[in-house]
Design a protein around this ligand. Structure first.
Ligand code: NAP
Ligand code: MG
Length: 511
């Protein structure tokens, strides 16, 4: 099948219409276009006095500015967090922490519409997905609100009269560095367990999406005790690195690329600081010949095109059984071309722009490489370069065949709407190839045979395996990677433990 056979669904509007909609929305939802840092419950200037702009990836217009925080600002934020912990938060009852988390969740729900719109303006994700992200964030906070009442230890008997108490204590001050692909959801995944366990926080948002986080904080200010959550915006090397190696921070949680994760790990090594890392993936999805075609196609669509492919769990390596390859590809191309590419502020839109021009270029370089190395585009393969959306960072949904599993496009995280299709027939060989990758975040299996599904799930090296579904991460379900996809688990009870350490108290016999 040639790409010319299929026509992508594109919502065409004039640039003026789109600009107007984006400007009006921005004025409605952004309270402060020149944002400051949030430290100790105050809005303050960064020490350097420098600022940076965030850009709307649909229009390339400036959304607003944020402070370029640095090590001095991180010092101030750590000091504020330490003071809040010492003077009040260390004494907060579990019920207080539960209430705080529920209040934050209420705030997200009450402000769902403006926050979702701001996320769409900064990140470019379709508005429906942005709303889903804000509501998901609220739900995850409520889950951890429940767990706040369940921080328990244990006792052991030691000899006839001695006994041992194991108590769980928070670290005090924790550092959190988050990415741009789900700004508010990624914040909630980290704030929830940290606050439930009783820690105060220094948070650094990604440079692409700081305003979404600051707007959330601004709208939650009334419920946040001063100093419990401090936000230092800025660039990774200036504001992120000092968090990773700050002696006053005893635990760091990071989500982003492997390359940066390694730097964070190195920074944390300086003070032997505990870390958890979520570092993305290159996840295989295996389709069996017995799978219902409609279910399989919809599952694969969800796996790769959700969030325009800017998704750490993206099922970006599709292993199709040879018996159904042709039939599947035809139905897949038809369904994917039916996805609506458009202004992400419109309800109908399913594919938005890439977050930045740099990310657009990165994806296009992979597409060029795919072509050079003999790949064939069943669909897409290029950016959107005419009409009112042409200034935006749009890449059309892309399906590539004819590449070897060792090809860079099948091994590296493209982080765009790009599916690389491989064919399989022999089970052992398919498993070997599916696991032949540095990552191990997630995987998918599509079959109606449950024995087969279980066997495959057990054989795949991944932290999460979805069977006949994909990208579902309800609160409570442990989420994290095997291999270079990271260390630790988010979204679950285990996460609460990542934000505490145990103290052993051995009580002797006084007689
Ligand atoms: P990144 O560099 O890993 O950024 C993630 C976070 O780390 C951002 O807040 C970033 O700040 C910060 N950071 C950067 N350098 C740092 C350092 N030396 N010390 C501490 N923190 C630092 O990711 P990216 O550049 O935005 O995206 C690159 C690629 O990473 C993507 O193409 C994708 O493959 C992958 N990625 C994965 C995920 C995921 O969910 N696992 C999310 C986003 C990206 P700045 O924003 O200022 O750089
Ligand atoms: Mg305040």
């Amino acid at each position: 099948m040639a790409p010319a056979d299929v026509q992508q669904t594109i919502l065409s509007e004039s640039r003026d219409e789109i600009l107007q909609r984006h400007r009006t929305t921005r004025d409605e939802v952004l309270s402060e276009s020149d944002s400051q840092l949030y430290i100790g419950g105050e809005w303050v200037q960064g020490a350097s006095g420098e600022t940076f702009e965030t850009r709307d990836p649909t229009t390339q217009e400036v959304v607003g500015t944020a402070q370029a925080g640095n090590a001095e600002d991180v010092d101030r934020a750590v000091e504020a967090a330490r003071e809040a912990y010492r003077s009040s938060f260390s004494g907060a009852a579990p019920s207080d922490r539960q209430s705080l988390l529920n209040d934050l969740a209420d705030c997200l729900e009450a402000n769902m519409d403006p926050l979702a719109k701001l996320v769409t303006l900064e990140n470019g994700k379709p508005i429906n997905e942005a709303r889903f992200g804000v509501l998901g964030a609220a739900d995850h906070l409520r889950y951890f609100a429940g767990l706040a009442r369940n921080v328990t230890g244990e006792t052991l008997q030691s000899g006839p009269s001695n006994h041992v108490e194991v108590v769980r204590e928070p670290y005090g001050v924790v550092g959190q560095i988050i990415p741009w692909n789900f700004p508010i959801l990624m914040a909630a995944w980290k704030l929830g367990p940290a606050l439930a366990a009783g820690n105060c926080i220094v948070l650094k948002p990604a440079e692409q999406t700081p305003l979404s986080i600051l707007e959330f904080v601004r709208r939650a200010e009334d419920v946040l005790p001063d100093g419990v959550l401090n936000v230092v915006t800025g660039f990774g090397a200036d504001a992120g690195a000092p968090i990773s190696r700050h002696p006053g921070i005893r635990k760091v949680a990071f989500t982003g690329s492997v390359e940066t994760g390694r730097k964070v790990m190195n920074g944390a090594a300086e003070n032997i600081t505990d870390i958890t890392l979520e570092l993305g993936g290159k996840s295989p999805v295996v389709v069996y010949p017995d799978a219902d075609l409609g279910t399989a196609v919809q599952t694969v669509i969800m796996a790769i095109f959700m969030n325009t492919g800017e998704n750490c769990t993206a099922g970006s390596r599709l292993f199709l059984h040879e018996a159904i390859r042709e039939e599947f590809l035809e139905a897949f191309a038809e369904a994917a071309s039916g996805m609506t590419v458009g202004d992400p502020l419109l309800e109908e839109t399913q594919i938005g722009p890439k977050v930045t021009e740099a990310q657009l270029d990165r994806t296009l370089e992979y597409l060029e490489y795919a072509e050079e190395s003999g790949g064939e585009f069943v669909l897409g393969g290029h950016r959107l370069d005419d009409g009112g959306l042409s200034e935006g960072n749009f890449v059309l949904p892309t399906v590539i065949t004819g590449l070897d599993n060792r090809n860079r496009c099948a091994q590296e995280e493209i982080f765009g709407p790009v599916e690389v299709v491989m064919e399989w027939s022999d089970y052992d060989e398919m498993i070997r190839e599916a696991n032949d990758v540095d990552y191990g975040l997630a995987a998918g299996v599509i079959t109606e045979d449950l024995d087969q599904a279980h066997r495959t799930a057990r054989d795949l090296e991944a932290g999460t395996v979805w069977v006949n579904t994909y990208n579902e991460i309800p609160a409570g379900q442990p989420f994290g990677g095997y291999k270079q996809s990271g260390i630790g688990r988010e979204c679950s009870e285990e996460t609460l433990y990542h934000y505490t350490r145990t103290k052993t108290i051995h009580v002797g016999n006084i007689d």
